[in-house]
Ligand binder design. Structure first.
Ligand SMILES: [Zn+2]
Ligand SMILES: [Zn+2]
Ligand SMILES: [Zn+2]
Ligand SMILES: [Zn+2]
Ligand SMILES: [Zn+2]
Ligand SMILES: [Zn+2]
Ligand SMILES: [Zn+2]
Length: 1852
């Protein structure tokens, strides 16, 4: 409380001179203050904040850019806020406005609704359980505090412009308030701060603001002229640079067109033009030039005159217009900019308090003001985008938060509706940028909607407007005919928004209707009738005969109209259903409309037709020659209304009398006739009679039954026919249908004899098909009654039936299912859907990462399957039928698809059941059965029989249900001999396929018989029936199985017979050839010498052998285990691949088949080289951990391992190359100057861009003797000496410019190593006779090196940034180790990949990994021995540096080394650089003793580094935190070490360990300082001793082992490839690689104590590594915490690369970016925030505002980022639309996002809005794809296989 008072004192600023505050206050006191005072002030001040730069003011003065106009203009908003708006606030609120506002906040915001206006892309939440309709949404803040968070919610992103409905009573069924707004309800409406005086001042200010803004914010404001005439002109003449050319947004020009115009005409730089265009798109306009009036006007004319070709056909009439421009005075532009700012601020200000809004609302309601609501609504169209948005937001904040105000706005809105809609239609801005879009805020509030219908006649007004603006002009002859002109489509689309508004308006049905509401509603319905009336029969079609249609007629318009209107029709019927009066009126209205409409039922003649002794007066409308239409909305509306009559005890008849009074009589025939015609047409189409009418008809029929349309089409039509069937006499009804299908003749018994005279032609086949269609329609009319009103069922039952039928065709995932079901009325069906689905189906959770969860129908519900379900397509039907038959077969039921039980009909439809027993029906059934039994019959197909059986099944089951007392099918059936005929059918062999169905029918019939039996009282039938029941005929299935058994038995018998014969024959054969078999007899044990017996015995022996072997194995492994347990130091014999005890290479298979020419090809030294296609890419995958970000990218190589001849490949490649050149480069952009041509492995299609040579195993080159005595080699210390000497020799070579390599003898002499040449040669494995190579081999290597160079190219800094940097020279110091670095990087990433996928070294590698590693290492090794290297001076320099670094402590220290990388370079780059007696040495590294020493050296270096980096305190802490009670594994070992060695270790640790040294120094310093205080003792400095107990050492050794693991694994992989010695069997395949095993394999001593023995060369080398000066410097720097470290320490164990962790809940992720702004534009939120999954940066993706330059190209922010972050590879998550994008070198693809909903489905584009959760498995799949360097491959694969839309990926 007091805090603010203090501020009051301090803050109050003195009234400055120049501040208008004083003046205003004085005037206020005097009572003379007027709005104009403020307006004048705004007008005067705002130009001061408008700033622009033009012409050559830019520093860039070179000739190239001067041609372009450099132009920038901006409005200094921050300053304007401070100097104008803040002053205004101060005037209103008094001194110290800030504290007043704060107090106001604390007093409590009086708004109980949230009303937060959504920005574009902001997340919104709706509740599926509580939302009144789907437009009810919450903002993040409210959602998080509301109960809906725990309900079934749905999320989406706003398109901008909507507002939060929290606190709106009418938006939610329950939980109306979030916690925040619930609290606000208690707040008082009054305020102590906002006194009368404040409000009075506020009123003046508000009025001034509104007047100012209204006046200025028009595209061509009158105010501009005012500025011209007004005082401002004085300070500059007309030709002064006082004007601006402004360019406006429209939707008919593309970005590129505008950019082109700007660069060409306005002479903007391309980059500036892009910025301007982005601004125009964002804000709706931009200033493009500031100059004199003439200049500006010239530009305007130039732009306007520029002919811009129509961009596309579909666009509005404005299409051909030029860009919209205007010339404004600078003052006017400044005022406009300020007005925008003012409005934005004003909107936020109004939110602060109820009383502000009250004042505002009162002001805008004053009709005489220029800023009254009416004017704001109407002048919207004259504004540009941002200006509109500002006003919309102001209205939302000012008028929508209080109910009364909202009502006022709604009323004004509906009164102006016609005008603003017409404006909107002729305008070209998106709906969201029109004031019309406000309707969703107003019409969705039920009470307001109802008020508007009742009192403003809005329902009528909407439809009237729609009729007037959208369809009136298309009416010809009282019916709609849309023209073929597509341009009208755009306009039509815009008009359709009216129908959306209508939908909002009617979305909530009132409980009770007031008289006003009812009459308002009826008025609207009359307008609706008018619309439906012109739609009845629209786009009618006539059967085309003779020739095809000339053109496909327009049909989409009509369907679009239907789709838009269908919801409204359903809604109207829904409203009527609840109100008797309304229903009665609507019924009459629809009857009148139908009678009045003459489509089809007009003036046609009728004739009598008779079937089975019944006569009907049929309408003679021949569908095959007269027009018919799919569109019968009036009839369907009538059907919809009719369904509800029964619920209110009304009937057709009772209402008939009422309507007759109005002289309009609707006969049942009149009701069904149009629908019948349509269905007859559909049947004819199916029969192939409408082939010449083209595709448009087929499309229409598709949509007729499609889920999006059928609710108000097919479904209603069937109801309509059912109405007819219930109102007419059954026989009459059937005759009508038969007549329409032209089947009267067929229904007569003598049809066959008549037919016999006619030929079998097309016409005849059509007839057969028509019969099928007729029977099927009958099945549908009788069977499809899961419709409330027809049967006693609910909407849920209807949905349930639908779902059951769907699940009978297959298992559906949640999304598929919801797509296959019609949208409920207003989306509320969601809940019903969830309830119903769980009662009928079981959800099967997804099994793999790729699969979705699916629903499966509960088993017992398959009984309800109906194969003739009317929503099935043909495919659905056959699929479902097949499944059903299989299912029944498996369950050993009759294999058929019998009809399901039907629900009971309502009283109104009851008489429909009579069809099933009427004479016409029964005679048709018997006719079909008779014809089926008559083998000569021609007018019969099996499908007729199937359908008749289905119908009979209905009849029997209907009577079984006992719902209808009048049914006496059973009684009548004997007259038609139904049972006899059925039984005859069952016996008929021709109809075997239908036997099961017939049997099923008989079974049901007999059940009926049994039921009827008691009433019969007769014993006869029941008796015969029983006996029949006992010996039921076998089903076809049973018969089949019996036959099968029989057949099987017979086969078995005959086989046995034959076998016996053969055996005897064999025996006689054996006897005859006894000598021949005597030899083999010896082996076989038995006397029985049949060949069979022999094989079995040998088989048995084998089986006996195997256990013995395994036993042996077991004992062996046991022994090993024991040995290991003893901790035996002795190495196992021959498991190592290196060192004195190595195992030797034994040779391998070298034969392949070339995949191109299919010839066998063996590797040979002089033969043609073999290659394998490979892919090289720049990579940073293992450098992406935070510590490694600074590392440059490396090259990674992958290879599929398929072998081909180099020459074969060359041919293939040049082919591919030319293909690539011919391909248009539309979807790929080369970002680097030189790129490798990509091709695919001809065999496996793996993406490739180079080749790797395939060579034989390396040890095959050198003849290594296997003498194992260690005396036969030079020792390690000699090796070190030799290397040291060589370093200086090589360096000297460079200094003295010698061209010859130092000779071995010189080196040996200089290094003082006493040895003979043979010893040396043995140690280095010299190759005396270097193999002759095929001449092509060096070509292969050159090609490979070229590819590597090209690949690095793109990652080089661009020449522009580094003027000196030229493209890499093929021979420079950087490129020397390139191949070897590629090798080490590839192996390192392989090691990490294996580790990550938990594969130990021994596990078998996939071929691509194995062959890649082997080929790469062999290539390196072979390359190192190639003569071109010996003469390369860079090579010698590189080697000299390397040796100096390793052995002489020059250059970097161990801390900075990546030891494995050094190892590989060392291995390949040094040994060949010595000269023997007769020229250079040839050494092919393959595991010689020197190779082993190289490994030992690097092992020691790494060991040293690990010991140096060990941090005892940290390790201890980590250990206690993670595994507090675990024992130190190394403690026992440390304790048993000899004291000498342990002391050495301690000494080494104290002397070199960095943390220990730092600690020691620091404590010492501390001590010294303390001592300084105490006494000045100088001489004796007591040394602090860092503790180092055995457990420290144990910790240290554990640490070291862990830190060396990665190095060792890499080394194992490397030497495995180099020596071709396999990993020993003792390596486990199921556990992580162990330190001692790896050491064993590498020939190293795993006992770490050995290395600390001062007497060995090991310790010497470690000391020398550890005493590098850099390390001392590091210690010093660490002592001072603040100093910048100069050393780039490479960690011993690289942290594993990871993708960034993601939020578990997707909505958290969306929310986290909802406030992120584009880095280039602080005012606008990012449109497409895109997250780099490698480093977590959020980028502004695929947007014109962020287009940085890469090289010379403008690219998207993601491409730019990927170039640096992932070395051209990027994985991005587009957050708003939940999509993963892979990018790679200008290409890209979309990948499955790792977020799934509860049904295991992704939601790309957030269309479904289900809550999404992170799926770790899916995320790790992305991770592994990246880690395995598979993204380029994946991108290529996806772009190759699918017809993906061409994307400009580099703009991503
Ligand atoms: Zn809210
Ligand atoms: Zn709220
Ligand atoms: Zn809820
Ligand atoms: Zn070949
Ligand atoms: Zn391949
Ligand atoms: Zn990144
Ligand atoms: Zn941006």
């Amino acid at each position: 409380m007091d805090r603010y008072d203090m501020e009051d004192v301090v803050v109050a600023p003195p009234a400055e001179c120049g501040s208008p505050l004083k003046e205003w206050r004085l005037k206020l006191q005097a009572g003379t203050l007027a709005r104009s005072d403020f307006i004048e002030y705004f007008k005067r001040e705002s130009p001061k904040y408008f700033d622009y730069q033009t012409g050559g003011t830019e520093t860039d003065n070179n000739a190239l850019t001067r041609e372009y106009n450099l132009f920038k203009c901006m409005f200094k908003e921050a300053l304007a806020k401070e100097e104008i708006i803040d002053v205004l606030v101060e005037f209103m609120l008094g001194d110290s406005p800030a504290s007043a506002l704060e107090k106001l906040r604390l007093e409590g915001n009086t708004a109980t609704v949230c009303g937060k206006v959504f920005k574009n892309g902001e997340p919104t939440y709706s509740c599926r359980e509580c939302g009144v309709d789907p437009t009810c949404v919450l903002c993040v803040n409210c959602f998080k505090r509301s109960a809906h968070r725990f309900h079934k919610y749905k999320m989406s992103t706003s398109g901008g412009g909507g507002c939060c409905d929290c606190g709106d009573d009418e938006a939610w069924k329950k939980d109306h308030y979030c916690q925040l707004h619930l609290a606000n309800r208690k707040n008082p409406l009054e305020s102590k701060i906002l006194t009368e005086a404040v409000l009075e001042r506020a009123e003046i200010c508000f009025g001034a603001i509104l007047a100012f803004c209204v006046n200025y914010l028009e595209i061509e404001p009158n105010a501009s002229l005012q500025c011209l005439e007004g005082g401002n002109v004085n300070d500059g003449q007309l030709d002064g640079a006082q004007f601006c050319t402004v360019l406006y947004n429209d939707e008919s020009h593309t970005f590129d067109q505008v950019i082109q115009t700007l660069t060409k005409i306005a002479k903007c730089r391309h980059k500036d033009a892009m910025e301007i265009v982005a601004a125009i798109d964002r804000e709706g306009r931009a200033v493009v030039k500031c100059d004199t009036f003439k200049e500006c006007n010239d530009l305007k004319t130039a732009i306007e005159n520029q002919m811009i070709p129509p961009s596309a056909l579909l666009s509005n009439p404005r299409n051909n217009q030029s860009l919209r421009t205007s010339v404004l005075h600078i003052g006017a532009v400044a005022c406009q900019q300020f007005a925008l700012q003012l409005l934005g601020w004003f909107q936020e200000f109004l939110v602060r308090h109820y009383l502000f809004r009250k004042t505002f609302a009162e002001l805008v309601q004053r009709k005489q003001e220029a800023f009254c609501i009416r004017h704001i609504l109407e002048y919207d169209v004259k504004l540009w985008k941002t200006a509109r948005t500002c006003w919309h937001r102001l209205l939302i904040s000012g008028m929508l938060m209080e109910y009364d105000n909202k009502m006022v706005l709604a009323q004004e809105f509906s009164r102006r509706y016609a005008t603003i809609v017409e404006d909107f239609i002729s305008d070209d801005h998106d709906h969201a940028f029109s004031i019309v879009s406000l309707s969703v805020q107003l019409f969705t509030v039920p009470s307001i909607a109802h008020h508007l219908i009742a009192h403003e006649g809005i329902f009528d007004k909407l439809l009237h407007t729609f009729y007037h603006v959208a369809i009136e002009k298309f009416i010809q002859n009282k019916t709609l005919h849309f023209s073929k002109n597509i341009a009208s489509l755009t306009f039509f689309k815009r008009a359709n928004y009216i129908l959306y508004d209508l939908r909002y308006l009617l979305s909530l049905k009132p409980e009770v209707l007031s008289n006003d509401l009812r009459s308002g509603f009826l008025e609207g319905c009359r307008a609706l009738m008018r619309v439906l009336n012109v739609m009845q029969g629209m786009e009618s079609i006539t059967r085309q005969t003779g020739q095809h249609m000339d053109y496909e007629p327009e049909w989409e318009c009509a369907f679009n109209l239907h789709i838009k209107l269908a919801t409204t029709i359903s809604q109207v019927i829904e409203w009527a259903a609840g109100d008797v009066k309304l229903l009665r009126k609507l019924y009459k209205m629809s009857v009148r409309a139908l009678v009045g409409n003459s489509f089809i039922v007009g003036a046609e003649k009728s004739e009598a037709r008779s079937v089975a002794g019944h006569v009907a007066n049929c309408l003679m409308y021949d569908v095959s020659v007269k027009p018919v239409s799919i569109h019968l909305p009036l009839t369907r509306f009538y059907a919809g209304i009719y369904l509800h009559l029964g619920a209110h005890d009304m009937t057709y008849d009772s209402l008939q009398t009422e309507t007759e009074a109005l002289s309009s009589k609707l006969t049942p025939r009149g009701i069904i006739e149009p629908v019948l015609c349509t269905h007859a047409m559909i049947a004819q189409v199916a029969a192939g009679m409408w082939r010449r009418n083209g595709y448009s008809l087929l499309h229409q029929l598709y949509f007729y039954r499609n889920v999006r349309c059928r609710v108000e089409m097919l479904d209603r039509d069937i109801v309509c026919l059912q109405i007819g069937a219930s109102l007419m006499e059954s026989n009459e009804f059937l005759i009508h249908v038969l007549n329409k299908f032209n089947l009267i003749a067929w229904a007569h018994a003598n049809y066959e004899s008549v037919l016999a005279e006619n030929p079998v032609d097309d016409e005849f086949m059509r007839q057969l098909s028509m019969i099928d269609e007729f029977l099927e329609l009958l099945i549908v009319i009788i069977g499809e009654r899961w419709m409330p009103g027809v049967s006693i069922v609910t909407e849920e039952d209807r949905l349930r039936k639908e779902i059951i039928q769907l699940l009978c065709t297959k298992s559906y995932s949640h999304s598929e299912l919801s797509r296959a079901l019609p949208d409920g009325n207003g989306g509320n069906s969601d809940n019903i859907f969830e309830d119903v689905i769980n009662t009928v189906a079981v959800f099967k959770k997804p099994v793999g990462v790729d699969s979705k969860g699916v629903y499966e129908l509960k088993e017992h519900l398959f009984e309800e399957f109906n194969v003739y379900f009317y929503h099935y397509t043909k495919e659905d039907k056959s699929k479902a039928e097949e499944l059903q038959r299989e299912r029944r077969k498996a369950k050993k039921q009759l294999v058929c698809c019998p009809p399901p039980m039907l629900p009971q009909l309502t009283p109104a439809f009851k008489s429909m059941a009579n069809i099933l027993q009427c004479n016409v029906f029964l005679s048709i059934c018997t006719l079909v059965m008779d014809r089926a039994l008559d083998a000569r019959s021609r007018s019969f197909t099996e499908s007729h029989l199937q359908k008749v059986l289905h119908l009979l099944g209905f009849a029997i089951q209907e009577e079984l249900s006992e719902h209808y007392p009048f049914l006496s099918f059973y009684e009548r059936s004997p007259k038609y001999g139904i049972l006899e005929k059925l039984e005859e059918l069952a016996r008929c062999p021709r109809l075997e396929a239908h036997r099961d169905f017939v049997l099923w029918t008989i079974k049901r019939y007999k059940e009926l018989q049994a039921k009827q039996a008691p009433s019969d009282g007769g014993a006869g039938p029941s008796c015969s029936q029983q006996s029949a029941g006992e010996e039921q005929p076998l089903s076809s299935e049973e018969q089949a199985s019996q036959e099968k058994k029989l057949r099987a038995r017979m086969v078995a018998e005959s086989r046995a017979k034959i076998m016996a014969q053969m055996k005897s024959a064999q025996k006689s054969f054996m006897k005859n050839h006894a000598e021949m078999f005597s030899a083999s007899d010896k082996e076989s044990a038995g006397e029985d010498s049949s060949s069979m017996a022999t094989t079995t015995t040998t088989g048995a022996m084998e089986w006996e052998d195997i256990p013995a072997e395994t036993e042996a194995n077991v004992t062996e492994t046991n022994v090993e285990d024991e040995e290991e347990e003893q901790g035996a130091v002795a190495l196992k014999q021959n498991v190592a691949c290196l060192g004195p005890e190595r195992k030797f290479y034994t040779g391998s298979d070298n034969n392949f088949k070339c995949i191109l020419c299919f010839e066998n090809c063996a590797i040979s030294r002089s033969g043609p080289p073999l290659v394998s296609s490979a892919f090289v890419q720049t990579s940073r995958v293992i450098f992406t951990t935070p510590q490694m970000r600074a590392s440059p990218s490396a090259l990674h190589m992958s290879c599929c391992g398929h072998v081909m001849h180099y020459s074969c490949w060359q041919e293939y490649y040049s082919n591919e190359e030319s293909k690539e050149q011919r391909r248009p480069h539309r979807n790929r952009v080369a970002l680097s100057p030189a790129h490798n041509v990509e091709f695919h492995c001809p065999y496996c299609r793996t993406l490739s861009n180079t080749v790797l040579p395939v060579t034989e195993a390396l040890p095959a080159f050198s003849s290594a003797s296997s003498s194992s005595s260690s005396d036969s080699y030079l020792p390690l210390d000699s090796f070190a000496e030799i290397m040291r000497t060589q370093a200086s020799e090589l360096a000297a070579m460079k200094l003295m410019e010698l061209k010859t390599l130092p000779s071995v003898s010189t080196i040996l002499r200089k290094s003082g190593v006493v040895a003979d040449m043979a010893l040396f040669e043995r140690s280095i494995q010299l190759i005396t006779n270097p193999p002759e190579l095929h001449s092509n081999y060096s070509d292969v290597m050159a090609f490979l090196r070229k590819a590597l160079l090209n690949a690095t190219q793109s990652q080089q800094p661009h020449p522009k940034d580094h003027p000196a940097g030229t493209p890499l020279d093929t021979d420079s110091i950087e490129t020397v180790p390139m191949l070897w670095d590629t090798c080490s990087y590839t192996l390192q990433s392989l090691e990490i990949y294996l580790f990550e996928t938990q594969k130990p070294l021994k596990a078998e590698l996939p071929m691509r990994h194995q062959s890649c590693a082997i080929n790469l290492v062999r290539a390196c090794s072979r390359f190192s021995a190639s003569p071109s290297l010996w003469t390369n001076e860079w090579q010698t320099e590189f080697a000299a540096r390397l040796l100096d670094t390793v052995f002489n402590q020059k250059g970097t220290s161990v801390l900075e080394w990546d030891c494995f990388r050094v190892l590989v370079s060392f291995q390949f780059g040094v040994l060949n650089l010595m000269a023997g007696e007769s020229g250079p040495l040839t050494v092919i590294p393959s595991g010689s003793m020197f190779d082993f020493y190289i490994l030992q050296t690097m092992f020691l270096a790494h060991l040293t580094k690990a010991v140096l980096c060990f941090d005892a305190a940290k390790e201890q802490a980590k250990r206690t935190a993670e595994t507090p009670h675990a024992e130190l594994t190394q403690l026992g070992y440390v304790e048993q070490l000899p004291t000498r060695i342990r002391d050495n270790m301690v000494a080494f640790y104290r002397r070199y360990n960095i943390p220990a040294r730092v600690l020691q120094r620091n404590t010492q310093q501390q001590l010294a300082e303390e001592r300084k205080d105490e006494e000045q003792v100088q001489g004796q400095e007591q040394t602090v001793v860092i503790p180092c107990e055995p457990h420290h050492l144990a910790l240290l050794l554990e640490y070291v082992q862990r830190q060396m693991s990665s190095f060792l694994r890499c080394a194992c992989l490397f030497y495995r490839c180099l020596t071709d010695v396999d990993f020993p069997d003792t390596f486990p395949t199921d556990q992580p690689d162990r330190f001692e095993l790896m050491c064993q394999y590498l020939g190293l001593d795993a006992q770490l104590g050995v290395y600390f023995d001062m007497e060995t060369v090991y310790a010497t080398m470690m000391h020398s590594f550890a005493s590098h000066p850099h390390i001392g410097r590091e210690v010093e720097e660490r002592c001072q915490p603040d100093t910048v470290r100069s050393l780039q320490v490479e960690p011993c164990l690289r942290p594993l690369p990871r993708l960034i962790p993601l939020y578990d809940d997707y909505s958290d992720l969306i929310n986290s970016v909802s406030d992120i702004f584009c880095p280039n534009n602080e005012r606008e939120e990012m449109k497409t925030p895109t997250m780099c999954l490698i480093c977590g940066s959020i980028l502004c993706g695929q947007s014109y505002c962020c287009q940085p330059e890469l090289g010379k190209m403008m690219v998207g922010a993601c491409t730019h980022h990927a170039h640096a972050c992932g070395a051209e590879v990027g994985i991005f998550l587009r957050i708003r639309d939940c999509q993963v994008v892979y990018l790679g070198r200008g290409k890209g693809c979309f990948a499955q996002p790792p977020y799934l909903d509860e049904y295991g489905e992704t939601d790309q584009g957030l269309r479904r809005g289900n809550p999404l959760r992170l799926c770790q498995a899916a995320y790790s799949r992305i991770f592994l794809q990246w880690l395995g360097h598979g993204l380029h491959e994946e991108i290529a694969r996806l772009n190759d296989n699918t017809n993906v839309a061409v994307m400009q990926w580099h703009h991503m």
